[in-house]
Ligand binder design. Structure first.
Ligand code: KG4
Ligand code: ZN
Length: 381
């Protein structure tokens, strides 16, 4: 089965063609047009500019992908596009394009949750079948999320950030220091030359059973040290140690929480994705810690850490192959949740006992276990 995927949730226009085989799903071709240079002068993504770029790019990228594999559009079995979450105007372009294409080809149109794409992208990158259950860590510019993935459409939120996403913290600290957007790679370059132990920066929620993240205290501490040092403000090399210490603090927290989430969920596998995973120190610390703990670590590669269409097409193709009914793809939803109940979502974010809440709600409504996200599994709080 071949699925054409389109991703336009933010500032990357991506198109990919995937094909399922009995063992995994292969990305046959993929093109990604990044808008980083376009948005760089503004220090962040300008939604209207992103939208216009998607509009310009898609009619070029779709034929390019088909040409790369030397196939006509008739050879595809379904069209998939990101339904959400993301920027509404950007989502609309990719979704409308995909829908029009599906109608013209008389093929099914499938809407895909962007976060579900990130969750499975490590498996796609390693040409492995998606093996449930696992814990997924998504660390990007928009999200920092720990998920217990029990099966298709059965996801439990274990923890998320209560303020900035990890990538956002990198971007904000970079901006403070006068480095360009996106800040992650810039901080990483500076950090390579610094001493990660030079500054004692705070780590949020160090308790093992709290799987939420917070980066605002860390950001404030970085600002405090930066503003106290006139040298750092004039000569970048004075900020090497601060960048290294900041990077180490973020990596420590991400690794510690991810490993705790695996232990608490009693799974064997950790799948990690999102733009922050491009960070070499994060990759190495995850590899080392998971090796020591006997965890099967599945890392997205550099191409699939960041937003891409392979993961969107991949979710649709794997679901179709597994006989799971995919989303119908009628409309976009900029706030689309990965979780069955937005209420349970909020409970988990506040670190309350989702297990008790879900069980109570089930009892009240007389629901069957299958109707809600596996409640027995939420005993981690
Ligand atoms: O997944 P992504 O491409 O876009 C979102 O969906 O947000 O992630 C982009 C984020 C940015 O915040 C960027 O600064 C961060 O990933 N990032 C990094 C690195 N490369 C990208 N953060 C730390 N180290 C890196 N090498
Ligand atoms: Zn993303």
């Amino acid at each position: 089965m071949r699925v054409l995927g389109i991703e336009t949730s933010c500032d990357e226009t991506a198109v990919a063609l995937v094909e399922t085989n009995p063992w995994s799903t292969d990305i046959l071709a993929q093109v990604i047009s990044s808008q980083i240079e376009l948005h760089r002068p503004y220090g962040g993504v300008v939604p209207e500019m992103a939208t216009r770029e998607h509009l310009r790019n898609l009619p070029l990228l779709v034929p390019q992908v088909m040409k790369e594999v030397n196939l006509s559009l008739d050879a595809i079995d379904a069209v998939a596009a990101t339904e959400g979450p993301g920027l509404a105007s950007s989502l609309l372009i990719g979704h409308s394009y995909a829908r029009a294409l599906a109608i013209a080809l008389s093929k099914p149109m499938i809407g895909v949750n962007h976060l579900e794409g990130h969750l499975i992208s490590p498996f796609l990158a390693n040409r492995r079948a998606v093996e449930f259950p696992f814990v997924g860590l998504i660390a990007s510019g928009g999200h920092t999320l720990l998920v217990h993935a029990l099966g298709w459409d059965r996801y439990l939120k274990l923890g998320s950030t209560v303020d900035d996403a990890a990538g956002e913290a990198f971007d904000k600290v970079a901006k403070l220091i006068g480095l360009p957007y996106p800040g992650g790679p810039e901080i990483e370059k500076m950090a390579l030359k610094g001493n990660p132990e030079a500054f004692g920066l705070p780590r949020s929620f160090p308790e093992r059973d709290n799987l939420n993240f917070s980066f605002s205290g860390l950001k404030t501490a970085v600002r405090f040290f930066y503003e106290k040092s006139p040298q750092m403000q004039t000569e970048p090399e004075w900020a090497y140690d601060l960048c290294a210490s900041f990077q180490k603090a973020v990596v420590d927290v991400l690794v510690r929480k991810a490993v705790a989430a695996v232990a608490q969920s009693r799974v064997e596998r950790l799948a990690v994705s999102g733009g922050v995973l491009c960070n070499k120190m994060l990759r190495e610390e995850l590899e080392f810690t998971c090796y020591e703990a006997g965890i099967d670590l599945v890392l997205a590669d550099a191409a699939s850490c960041t937003d891409n269409a392979g993961m969107i097409a991949g979710v649709a193709a794997e679901k179709l192959a597994a006989g799971v009914e995919p989303r119908c793809g009628d409309d976009i939803n900029p706030n689309l949740s990965l979780f069955a109940s937005s209420e349970a979502d909020g409970d988990a974010a506040r670190g309350l006992s989702a297990a008790i809440k879900l069980k109570n709600r089930q009892a009240k409504k007389g629901l069957q276990e299958e109707d809600v996200v596996a409640p027995g599994e939420v005993e981690v709080w």
